[in-house]
Design a protein around this ligand. Structure first.
Ligand SMILES: Cc1cc2nc3c(=O)[nH]c(=O)nc-3n(C[C@H](O)[C@H](O)[C@H](O)COP(=O)(O)O)c2cc1C
Length: 337
């Protein structure tokens, strides 16, 4: 049995780690939209935590649970220490990034390049597992560069699970470490969902989530119906959080009502007040709320009022109310169900 069933059951639907996007303010918003979905931090590197002492990177609100810390690194002992710091901070899960292809990350030998060294990933996982009681998970690709995913992925899952990782999120495309930007690496290499589905059959004891290109809750449900244990959604959840998360508790977890984004926008107001009192800026929170009404009458004015006004001196919760006054009823009432 898994060490942490709370995070594991939440992993039926998770919101992907995204640098600069899934910060604590974004996660707080997502948590109001769904009580159950598993939320991931942005990647935090183990050198930043262990050598740089940047413990503020671990700050989160208690309301965010279940929440997973994603670490980047490739030194087993340093990762173990970073995992320990994460567990002490109260994270429900520690995740290792084996999927991010950015240059900065490659230079530190971590992220997707680690797909080439499953033995090292296994060492990292074993060290992290030994250091913490919470579950240690891995987010990976299906391969990199000229690797053959059909060969590489099962070998990777075999070795890394033997080291103590029982749950994986698999971004179902290769990463090209040379020649493609991180952004292109999220779109250009083709998706191979079938391979992930085959891994589900080949590794029945593992918990496997599919990631990449999933843009609706209906698509997520179809993957769960096809036998996958979880679905991880990134960009669609950020850009259209209401479409992905409002009905998630009801439809994916079978527990809870469909949330209303207008109610959630107002529930953000006390959080915003507290953030401003602590010296923060309105835009740091509202930038994650811009997509809240995507596809709905008034969405453009909502975005405009917030993006033009949130940076101005003295901007506060009133601006959110002002932006909300533009939101009309849903054009298609079926979307509210
Ligand atoms: C802005 C941005 C930042 C990202 N940062 C990370 C990261 O820190 N760690 C990681 O594992 N993946 C990162 N990713 C990749 C996502 O987690 C996800 O794997 C990818 O976007 C594919 O899923 P999607 O098609 O649902 O967006 C990032 C993606 C975006 C768009």
């Amino acid at each position: 049995m898994s060490l942490n069933s709370k995070a594991e059951s939440a992993a039926r639907l998770s919101i992907a780690p995204m640098m600069d996007w899934t910060d604590r303010h974004c996660r707080y918003l997502h948590r109001l939209l769904s009580r159950h979905a598993l939320l991931y931090t942005e990647m935090v590197t183990s050198p930043a935590l262990v050598r740089g002492g940047a413990l503020h990177l671990l700050d989160f609100s208690p309301q965010e649970h279940p929440v997973a810390l994603q670490l980047g690194g490739s030194d087993p002992q340093e990762l173990a220490q970073a995992a320990r710091l994460g567990a002490q901070a109260g994270y429900d899960e520690i995740n290792l990034n084996v999927g991010c292809p950015s240059d900065r990350v490659q230079s530190g030998t971590f992220g997707a390049v680690l797909m080439k060294d499953p033995a090292l990933v296994a060492d990292c996982v074993a060290a992290m597992r030994a250091a913490v009681d919470v579950e240690v998970t891995v987010k990976c690709r299906i391969g990199v560069d000229d690797q053959i995913p059909e060969q590489v992925l099962p070998d990777f899952l075999n070795r890394v699970s033997a080291a103590g990782c029982e749950r994986f999120s698999i971004h179902a495309r290769k990463a090209w470490l040379q020649g493609l930007s991180p952004k292109e690496n999220r779109d250009i290499p083709p998706l191979d969902y079938d391979l992930v589905l085959r891994m589900r059959k080949e590794f029945p004891a593992l918990h496997l989530s599919v990631n990449g290109g999933i843009t609706s809750l209906a698509q997520a449900k179809a993957f769960l119906d096809a036998g996958l244990d979880g679905v991880m959604i990134g960009r669609a959840a950020y850009h259209q959080p209401a479409d992905i998360l409002c009905a998630a508790d009801a439809e994916i977890f079978g527990d809870g009502p469909v949330t209303d984004p207008i109610v959630v926008a107002r529930q953000m107001l006390p959080y915003i007040e507290a953030h401003l009192i602590a010296g923060g800026k309105l835009a740091q929170v509202t930038r994650h709320m811009l997509g809240l009404f995507a596809g709905r009458p008034g969405a453009r004015q909502w975005r405009r009022v917030l993006s033009e006004g949130a940076h101005l001196p003295g901007a506060g919760p009133d601006l959110v109310e002002q932006a909300l006054s533009h939101i009309g009823p849903l054009a298609d009432p079926a979307r509210a169900v």
